[in-house]
Each structure stands twice: as C-alpha cells, then as structure tokens.
Ligand binder design. Structure first.
Ligand code: ZN
Length: 500
C-alpha cells in the first residue's frame, strides 16, 4: 500500500511589542530577573481589568494580511479555562470562534516546486508563565512571560513531508522578521510549534486519527520528530493494513530521539470557552485594514525574485541573501554604491546600462565578495554584518577595483581584512600597502622571461614532463611582483614562455 503523509502545524509566535498583551508591564522580561516584569493584571489578581495592546492587534492584522488571510469584520477575545501552575487566572485570554484572520495561505519552494499551504486561522492570545525545574525536584514559576502577546497560526493539513514542515517554518520565521513583529527565534521560544501527523492511502482524501507531537523547539527537532512519527505509523499500517487506533499527544524526546505518549488531547468543550466580559469586541474598519495592508513590506519571496530578475543572482545566492534581512539590505546598499562607482568610471554610460551589459559578471562578483569573502572574514573575526566597520560604499569600491582588475583576488582579500580590522578606504589601503595590480603587461612579460631564463634546471624538468614544477615558476613570478600580478595572467604568460 502506498501511503501519503498528512501534516498540519500549530505555531505560536511571541510578538515583540514594548508592553504585554493586557497590561503595561515590559515585554522584555525574558532578559530580566524572574518575577520582576509583573503586575496585578498579569498575575491575575482579583479586581484587575485587562486592557488590550493596540500594537499587538495591529501586528496580528498585519501578519494575517501578509499570510493572505481574510480579516473578518468582527473579532473578540474569549476565556479558555484550564488549571495549571503557569496560568495565574486559571484561564487564558485567547480567541475561540472569531479569530483575527481566516482562510490564508503561504507558499514554500521545495526542490524547485512551489507548494501552497493553506492557513486555517490566525488568532491572538496571551502567553502563560514559565515553569523552571531544578534537579532537587523543586519547581519555580517565572511570571515575566505571563501575558506576552502570542500569535497562534494554524495551518490546514496540507504539508506532505517532514522536510516541507521544516521549510514552512523557516519561511514563516523569515516573514515574521521581515514584518518586524517578532525575532521568531525558536531556541528562545519566540517561535514554538506543535505538529499533527497522520498517514493515509495515496489518493485518499479521508483523514485518519492523528498524533499531535509537542515539545518541538528547533527546526531539526520538528523534522526528526515528524520523520520518527511517520515511520512509527507506517509500521502499524503495514502490519495491520489500517491506521493506528490509539492516537493522541506525544512529546518529542530529543535525547532518545523518540516520541513518547502523553495525555490525551482535550476537546474544546473541556475548556469551557466563553467571551471575555472585560474586553469589548473588536470591529475592524475596512479603511484601517486597507491601510494596514499597504504597510506590508517587501516579503522574502519578493526579495528573492527581485534579486534574481533585477540583479541577475542565481536562485541559490538570492535565497542566501534573502534569508538574512540585514544582509539583503546591506547587499542592496552595496549594489547602489557600486552603480555610483561604475558611472564615475564610465561617464558615457548610465549605471543601469553598465549593469545590464555586465550583469552576469557583476552578480557573480557580488555573490562571491559578499556571501563568501565578506561573511568569511566577519565569521573569522566573530563579528556580524550589523556591527562591522565596512561601509557599503567601501565594499562597493573594493568590488569595483576587482571588477576593473586594479587588484588581484588575493590582494583584495588582504585589503578586505584590513578594512575590517581598522576601517577605511580600500584605495588608501591599496596605495599604502602597495597592493595594486601591475598596470603594465610589458614588465610582467619581462619578469616571466627573467624567471624562465634564470632557472634552466627547472625548465628541463618541466619540458621532460614534470608538470608540478609549473607552480614553482608561478611562485617565483608572484614573489618578484610582490603578489601584485594577476595569477591567471602569470600562468598564461608562463605557459607561452615555457612552450618555446
Ligand atoms: Zn503586568
């Protein structure tokens, strides 16, 4: 029997508003001493009243729109009751039957194929407190997190493999960062995910009892836990010809790399939802929603597309740029500075003309100098692109120098390292350290001839077939030019001289 994997995700995203969802406490409590970012409202003291955070609602609508959701005219907050030590009021303010967004979608690209995953709903709620356990069997509660605004995003069961689930989450994280509503750092719990998984015979549109996998705190954990569940359920199908009967909630245990059965999932009736009488209904004005829609920034998919179409990057490089908003913005600044440099060198042509003429070479140079060389020196120095001392203008000048062959690649690399170490202009460093390319080909021809003539023994070895000697000649010429010659030109001239 051919089986198909059916996965749906339930994702929680912490919003990085200044204050909490229903009180004015700081929302940066994760960096503060436990139980210092708290007040009677988020501690659920009797007689306190929640006041919804306007920014959180605006961001929820913005995110829902970015995920192509419809925004119903009305929305409201409900109380979801359950008893747990991390829940001071013994209910959570959430949204039940009137969420902020419905019927959305998000597209991921898997192996070159575009896959659309429908979004069932998006709603806003408050986070619970955090339980901390020590190794003496004691437990503590940190209420700093209680009341943090949380978006819950529920997908339809449209995901067809564990890898696709991972890709969906990575793309969602990126969208949150582009929207500026959350850092969506999974390790820090800003982005949390539960996954529902079941199998069914291929071609069937029936749904079978599903397992809910909880406790997934990294992209890797999501993919590994789902792969484990798929394997476990497949074994049951293959043995019995039927779906596993007892499904329910399973926790992912990273150490044993297994999912283990937990409590059965509550039905929504167990929560005794009812509208929160303390919070007025939300009524979204169409003009306000339209205005919010216009505030959606360019999203990662659009950036990738533009980096391919406008700048000529290949799709893999475009994806790498878009995966880091700071890097993508930096690259765009470098490109615009590069255009300024190019026009200053060739006033006859416009920057765009020069760009179009040499798009392939320029995009390759940019990808190489930004993604591999710049990120390389930053990584080696333990620095990141946001704090580095290389301005886009200086980076663009360095790339122009390489583009115009005024410096060879290895000396340009040395200049780049200097630029990071002490800042400054690449042309100053080049002049100061005398790293410029040899301008006159005639003198290089003479140096090559000199090296060949003064090493008759090596020439004999080379002509008798010892090809490795060639590198010796290259090394001699590079040393004589103090590393300034272009190694490709040196090889060419040497081959010519040695063939005589
Ligand atoms: Zn508070």
């Amino acid at each position: 029997m051919k089986l198909e994997t059916v996965i749906g995700l339930e994702i929680h995203v912490q919003l990085k508003t200044k204050s909490k969802m229903f009180c004015s406490c700081s929302n940066a409590g994760e960096n503060a001493e436990p139980n210092t970012a708290i007040c009677p409202i988020c501690l659920g003291h009797p007689g306190t009243l929640p006041l919804p955070n306007k920014q959180a609602i605006a961001w929820a609508v913005l995110t829902a729109l970015a995920l192509h959701c419809e925004i119903p005219r009305h929305s409201k907050f409900d109380r979801k009751h359950y008893f747990y030590p991390d829940l001071p009021k013994a209910y959570q303010i959430s949204q039940y039957d009137e969420p902020i967004g419905v019927k959305g979608s998000m597209t991921v690209v898997m192996g070159g194929e575009r896959r659309t995953v429908r979004i069932h709903r998006l709603h806003l709620e408050e986070d619970a407190a955090k339980l901390l356990h020590n190794n003496k069997g004691e437990s503590f509660v940190d209420f700093n997190r209680a009341g943090t605004p949380l978006l819950e995003i529920v997908t339809e069961a449209d995901i067809r493999s564990p890898e696709e689930a991972g890709e969906f989450l990575r793309e969602l994280r990126l969208i949150m960062r582009y929207l500026g509503v959350s850092d969506a750092d999974m390790e820090k719990g800003h982005l949390r995910c539960d996954a529902n998984v079941s199998l069914r015979p291929e071609g069937s549109d029936e749904f079978f009892p599903k397992t809910e996998v909880k406790n997934l705190n990294s992209f890797k954990a999501v993919e590994r836990a789902l792969a484990y569940e798929v394997k476990r359920q497949r074994a049951v199908w293959e043995e019995t010809g039927r779906a596993p009967e007892e499904q329910g909630t399973r926790g992912w245990d990273e150490d044993s790399a297994k999912t283990v059965s937990q409590r059965d999932k509550e039905e929504s009736s167990d929560y005794r939802y009812f509208p929160d009488p303390d919070i007025p209904e939300l009524n979204f004005d169409a003009a306000w929603v339209a205005r919010t829609r216009r505030e959606i920034p360019e999203l990662p998919g659009e950036v990738r597309e533009r980096f391919v179409n406008e700048y000529g990057f290949n799709p893999v490089d475009a994806k790498t740029f878009a995966a880091d908003l700071t890097l993508a913005r930096y690259a765009e600044e470098v490109i615009s500075e590069l255009k300024v440099w190019l026009t200053s060198r060739d006033p006859e042509a416009s920057a765009d003309e020069i760009w179009e003429r040499d798009k392939k070479k320029l995009s390759k140079l940019l990808a190489s100098w930004l993604l591999s060389k710049l990120l390389g020196v930053l990584r080696a120095a333990g620095a990141s692109i946001s704090e580095e001392s290389i301005t886009p203008e200086n980076m663009a000048e360095l790339i122009t120098m390489v583009y115009e062959a005024r410096v060879n690649a290895s000396n340009a690399q040395r200049i780049l390292e200097e630029m990071l170490a002490r800042g400054g202009d690449p042309s100053d460093i080049l002049r100061e350290k005398d790293l410029g390319a040899m301008e006159d080909d005639g003198s290089l021809v003479q140096i090559v001839a000199g090296v060949v003539n003064s090493n008759p023994k090596q020439v004999r070895e080379y002509t008798s077939g010892k090809a490795a000697v060639f590198q010796y000649f290259v090394g001699q010429v590079m040393a004589k030019t103090r590393g300034k010659a272009d190694p490709v030109a040196v090889s060419k001239l040497l081959k010519k001289a040695l063939a005589k």
